[in-house]
Design a binder for this molecule. Structure first.
Ligand code: FAD
Length: 312
């Protein structure tokens, strides 16, 4: 029977919602699911992880070295804690993508990246070529499976569990060559782009940083997060943490409104799992309309004020 260890990503005392999605992927395999929390003081994070349905146990490693999530510090501890587990799963977030390959290397196995579907305990599907093709990968049955889970492909596991929390100690040698220097994070009062239920994104068609205010206004009316295409980021209209797509954020909101975005494949790969896609573009032949559920052909500077007025 599978024994799966899910790594708890957290920041500022909050468990990342991708952890509950990673637990859903683990549940698709079946077997025992434990969550591992590495922190200086893991109690609050452990309490949040214990609520996730399907979790059997929450294991905690308290160590001042775990004050900040540094992959090189976490990986040796995870590799030790993974003893006896058949699978070690992390979310395919920026942090998880940094951490899990190091864990895989320490365990002497290849990592399965961006796991989007479970075919069997050792057989998985993942996107390749910017989401244009799906490949089935098989891990040798005698190897531990180390994987990053594509959060956008999985629903959050429900809350309401009350799993046992168990403190463990791991005999891992921590590196001295890597240390935490600082964290620079953007601050916004708007919903978080990666977990928002509604997202309004602007592209090159918006034309300037100043014009982007029409995107922010619509987003605020909808209670939505704001995203952007890479062209908008490269042109300096918005910061790069707002980029949606292959080299930006992969998101799965219930509503995605693409404004002045042509619909290049590298952008579409970031919204493959979105619910309803609304496209506003003056070019009726723009590829975005091939994936849009609702398309409005016209000038965004005429359509957005009308839309806003209609929203009241
Ligand atoms: P354009 O393609 O220039 O489209 C602008 C659109 O705005 C046009 O369709 C136009 O009709 C419309 N428009 C103009 N004016 C108006 C108006 N007044 N009203 C209404 N519509 C108007 N792109 C990403 O987005 N995310 C990524 O992560 C990403 N990763 C990449 C990775 C690689 C390796 C490569 C090669 C490319 C990547 N790209 C990515 C870039 C991608 O190929 C496109 O260049 C980019 O998505 C185009 O952005 P855009 O749609 O805003 O601009």
């Amino acid at each position: 029977m599978a024994k799966i260890l899910v790594i708890a990503e957290h920041l500022d005392g909050k468990l990342n919602s991708a952890v509950a999605k990673t637990v859903s992927a683990a549940a698709a395999i079946g077997g025992d699911i434990d969550v591992l929390v590495l922190a200086a003081d893991p109690a609050a994070i452990a309490a949040q992880a214990a609520q996730i349905a399907g979790v059997g146990k929450v294991l905690t490693v308290a160590n001042p070295a775990n004050e900040h999530a540094v992959a090189q510090v976490q990986a040796p501890q995870i590799a030790k804690a993974a003893t006896g587990y058949s699978h070690v799963f992390g979310a395919s977030t920026t942090t998880g993508k940094d951490l899990m390959p190091a864990v895989a290397a320490l365990l002497g196995v290849n990592q399965v990246s961006d796991l989007m579907a479970v075919e069997g305990p050792h057989t998985f599907k993942r996107p390749i070529y910017a989401g244009n093709a799906i490949i089935t990968v098989e891990v040798p049955a005698d190897q531990v499976v180390v994987a990053t889970v594509r959060a956008a492909s999985w629903p959050e596991a429900a809350k309401g569990n009350n799993a046992a929390v168990e403190a463990i100690s791991v005999d891992a040698t921590l590196p001295s060559h890597t240390r935490f220097v600082g964290l620079a994070a953007g601050k916004s009062d708007r919903p978080d782009l990666q977990s928002a239920k509604r997202v309004v994104s602007g592209g090159r068609g918006v034309g300037s940083e100043e014009n982007f205010k029409v995107i922010y206004q619509l987003a605020d009316k909808l209670g939505a997060a704001v995203g952007a295409s890479r062209a908008a980021v490269d042109a300096g209209y918005v910061p790069s943490d707002m980029q949606v797509g292959q080299t930006g954020k992969i998101i799965a909101p219930e509503l995605y409104v693409a404004v002045g975005i042509s619909g290049a494949i590298q952008h579409l790969t970031g919204i493959k799992d979105a619910g309803t896609i609304v496209a506003i573009n003056k070019d009726g032949d723009a590829p975005i309309f091939e994936v849009a559920d609702i398309g409005l052909v016209g000038d965004l500077f005429a359509i957005l004020p009308e839309l806003e007025a209609a929203l009241g």
